[in-house]
Structure formats: C-alpha cells, structure tokens
Write a protein that binds this ligand. Structure first.
Ligand code: PLP
Length: 391
C-alpha cells in the first residue's frame, strides 16, 4: 500500500538520510584502484579524523557497527586477554560482551542498572585491585542506544589515569559520533568504534575504528596476531596512506560519506552538538509533561540523541508503536532486551530539525491517546515552548 507524505523514521538509527547525501551516492562506480578513487579515499579519511577529533588513524570498513566492534577487539587484544566491559544496556551486551567472549577474551562484565551511564566509581573499584595490570582493555559504550544514557567519558578516563592503569580505553561511539560531543585525542581514547547510519546521516554499511598510536603499537606487538585479514588495521593503514583500501571498498557509500562530512563540518561540530542537545531537552520536556518517565534517571547522563520512555504499568510499548506506525506512518525504536515491551525509544538525531521534532512528538502524543495509555496532554506544547525559549 502506498502512503501519502513522508514516513517518519524516528528510530535511533538508521536515521533519515538527507537528499543531498542520497544524490551524492547516485553516481557511477569508479575504479577503486584508479587515481580518482585516491582523492575520494583521502577526503573521507581526513573528514573522519575531523569528526572523531583525532590526528591519529581512522579506518573505514564496509561493515555494520558490530563488525567495527569485532575489528577493535580482534586487533587490540588476543584470546585469553582480560577485558573490563561496563554494562550499560543491550549494546554493551550484544555488541561487546558477546563478541568479546566469542573471540576468546576473558570478560569482567561490571554490572549496571540500564538506567545510567557507566559509573566511574564502579570502574575504579574494579581496576584499583588490578596491580599486575592483567586487564588489557576497558570497554565503554558512549551513548547506550537501548536506554538513552550517555557515559561521562572524561570522568572514566580520569579514573584510569589516576590509577596509572595502562589498559586501552575502547569506546563505542556508534550512536554518539557527530551528534554528542566526542573528542578522541583530548579524552585519550585508544580505540573508538562507530557506524555510518546514525549521526553521520549515511545509510547503514560503513564501520569505523579511530585508533591511537598506542593501540596500533599494542596490536603490532601482540603475541597472537589477529587471524583476521579482513579486519587487520595494519593492512588498512598501509593502503590508506595513498588513499586506497586493501580490498574493494563501498565506493558509493563513501560518496555519501563525503557529502555528509561536508554538511556536518559546514554546520560546525559545536553547532551540531548544540542542535542535538536542544532537541534532547525539548523531547524530555514533552515526556515530563506527559507524566511519563525516561529510562535514564541521571540528568547529567541524559542522551541528546535518543530518549527511551517507560510505559505505565499494564501498557505495552510495542502495541503503542504498532498503532503509531499504522495510524501516523512513524517508526519508533522498540525496547531491547529486558526493556522489551516496557519502553519505547524516540530517535532525535542525524538530519533533524525543529519541525521534524514537532511532528515526531505530535505522533507520539496522538499515539498515546489512540492506544489508551494514561498520559497528560501538553507534551508537544512543552517541547515547543523549550524550542521557542532556546531559539
Ligand atoms: N553499539 C551501539 C551503541 C549501537 O547503537 C549499535 C546499533 O544500533 C551497535 C553497537 C551495533 O551496530 P550495528 O547494528 O550497525 O551492527
């Protein structure tokens, strides 16, 4: 059935792809070993360095975010290595704990409530007794997409520095990059992992690793070299030096990436972060006015890219999402893992503006009424008031 108007894709990624990016991808495929490609290759690698705020290496894989997680772990660590993974929600489990265990790493999974970011105190309690430095890496999800809680990375890094612990800091920026402030070099992150389909406004299909010199050295010195050719950082770094890739890259997605980078850097990263912060706060104003609760319970860790909303007791989030999809043609994010049925997620990231937010929140408010969920009207008004005050 065809439906009039535009679908509202308000899941926390993949996000809406700007027409400019779509048009940039509608171009002939070029020889990935020819001179034209090297120009594109260098441009997108430079652009990613600007977006990660790093002078170090960035690697671009034709992969999803999970692939880039696997790349980070398999390059930086060897089977049998101990790694601390901070539990923040569904993605710390599926994208990190599960992948790490399959790679034969020994995982210390530091438990969390799924209602906050990673706790610096818990990290300290875990790392302080490790005087022999058995822990080789600490993994943190910057923005936990399943809960809408963002971890305070500088505070976590400060714990590691205070303890003089040499473990690598590995950060998942899949849903934070290019929407929540992230500073790879300044925050001394060793490996950052990301994907194309969220803040970067590109369709799914590109995975990224930003890699510090220290991490690159650790991976070279590893006793057990990664058995993977596909993920190998060193093959990539060698080929990237001249703008090329060791195997066939996703050429047309790279055209899209180049265009998206231009848009983001023209807007200016600080403005991109401010835009997301404003939309995050407006969304939370709506949730508060509806009398509903956000999953994230710590204001200093509210996510500016996704808001997960708890359903009142006895009401199912997927039923609400189904009604909103059928009546208003809007997709909202489902509750994941232990939040399945209990929470829904509003994505407010990527190529997004005030009127898109107003439309999104109107769809939620109309959906709450249509689904018979108890709520107080006025959420959209509260969000619009916030937008007006902060214009
Ligand atoms: N990490 C986070 C924080 C995510 O949000 C996602 C996906 O949404 C992933 C990892 C996995 O990425 P992908 O689904 O692209 O493999």
């Amino acid at each position: 059935m065809s439906r009039p108007g535009r679908h509202f894709l308000q899941i926390p990624g993949p996000t809406n792809v700007p027409d400019r990016v779509l048009r940039a991808m509608a171009a002939p495929v070029i020889d990935h070993r020819g001179p034209e490609f090297a120009v594109l290759g260098r441009a997108v690698l430079d652009g990613m360095r600007a977006i990660f705020q790093t002078r170090s290496h960035v690697i671009i894989y034709p992969s999803s975010g999970t692939g880039a997680c696997e790349a980070a772990l398999s390059n930086a660590l060897s089977p049998g290595d101990r790694v601390v993974i901070m539990e923040t929600g569904w993605f710390s489990h599926v994208a990190w704990r599960q992948v790490a265990e399959r790679l034969g790493l020994v995982v210390d999974y530091v438990s969390g409530t799924w209602r906050r970011g990673a706790s610096p105190d818990d990290l300290e309690a875990h790392l302080a007794p490790d005087r022999r430095h058995d822990v080789k890496a600490v993994v943190v999800v910057h923005n936990e997409t399943s809960t809408g809680a963002a971890s305070r990375l500088p505070d976590l890094r400060a714990v590691m520095n205070r303890l003089r612990h040499p473990a690598l800091l590995i950060v998942d920026t899949v849903s934070s990059l290019a929407s929540i402030d992230y500073r790879h070099d300044e925050w001394e992150v060793d490996v950052a992992v990301s994907g194309s389909q969220k803040g970067l406004m590109v369709p799914p299909g590109l995975g990224f690793n930003a890699v510090s010199e220290k991490a690159l050295k650790v991976s070279l010195a590893k006793q057990t070299r990664s058995p993977s050719t596909y993920w190998d950082w060193h093959e990539m770094v060698r080929a990237n030096a001249t703008g090329y890739f060791p195997y066939t890259p996703a050429t047309n997605l790279l055209y899209g990436l180049r265009e998206a980078q231009t848009m983001l850097l023209d807007e200016g990263l600080p403005n991109v972060f401010r835009r997301h912060a404003r939309h995050g706060e407006a969304t939370r104003a709506a949730v508060r006015a509806w009398g509903l609760e956000t999953v994230c319970e710590e204001p200093s860790e509210y996510s500016n890219v996704t808001t997960a909303v708890m359903m009142p007791e006895g009401h199912n989030a997927d039923q609400l999402r189904r009604i909103i999809l059928e009546r208003f043609d809007m997709s909202l994010g489902t509750g994941l893992g232990k939040l399945a049925g209990k929470a829904f997620r509003i994505g407010h990231l990527g190529s997004f503006n005030d009127l898109m937010l107003a439309g999104t929140l109107s769809g939620v408010e109309m959906g709450l009424a249509a689904a018979g969920v108890p709520y107080r009207p006025g959420g959209v008004g509260a969000a619009l008031a916030h937008l007006a005050q902060t214009d």
